[in-house]
Ligand binder design. Sequence first.
Ligand code: ATP
Ligand code: PRP
Ligand code: MG
Length: 213
Amino acid sequence: MMITLALSKGRIFEETLPLLKAAGITVLEDPETSRKLILATNSPEVRVVLVRASDVPTYVQYGGADLGVVGRDVLIEHGVDGMYQPLDLNIARCRMSVAVRDDFDYADAVKQGSRIRVATKYTEIARQHFADKGVHVDLIKLYGSMELAPLTGLADAIVDLVSTGNTLKANHLVEVEKIMEISSRLLVNQAALKLKREPLRRMIEAFASAVPK
Ligand code: ATP
Ligand code: PRP
Ligand code: MG
């Protein structure tokens, strides 16, 4: 019985390695040097597939992978239909925030009731946040480099991930609202949980025992 785990390259892959180790699993190839998209592990029954972060839920939902590790941000944007989320893995931690140019008076724009142009990759989270606050916004969908939008006049504000704050600072932006804390979740395909119950249960338990504080 083969178990397939979907991961994205970079921080999710790196930060999942210690969790896999707790389950006795080591990945035999380095995604930064290999061009392979299916990575073998020391266990003949476990393999890792590399997909884009935003494609992890799709793979798990349709059974292209039994398990996946995905940021809460990506999960909210995608929706959770047909998947179990048994664990908050507490890895890839950051927050979702609203940021503006350091010379833009956000509080005043909100007070005046002006329409605010907001650029973001996270349109669902942004739509919900501003709707809850009763702030009128025009959302502009971007796929990356959100920090550039206020600098070029594309938008007044952005909704993006913040960790150290270095990216904002380097681009003369300031965080004006924290929307939510973000960490990564384990996703499990519902059919797989029935068909491969024992090996999946063991892996979920091993992951749970190794979740960082
Ligand atoms: P892609 O490059 O394919 O567009 P991505 O930028 O979302 O994907 P990553 O940067 O690896 O891919 O982010 C994966 C997840 O890690 C995000 O969904 C988020 O939950 C978390 N994350 C993103 N940036 C940071 C950060 N600076 N610090 C900590 N966690 C982060
Ligand atoms: C993420 C995110 C922010 C940055 C925030 O980018 O999109 O730009 O981290 O982190 P900081 O507050 O510590 O600076 P990432 O490093 O993933 O680069 P990317 O643009 O390739 O996604
Ligand atoms: Mg990123």
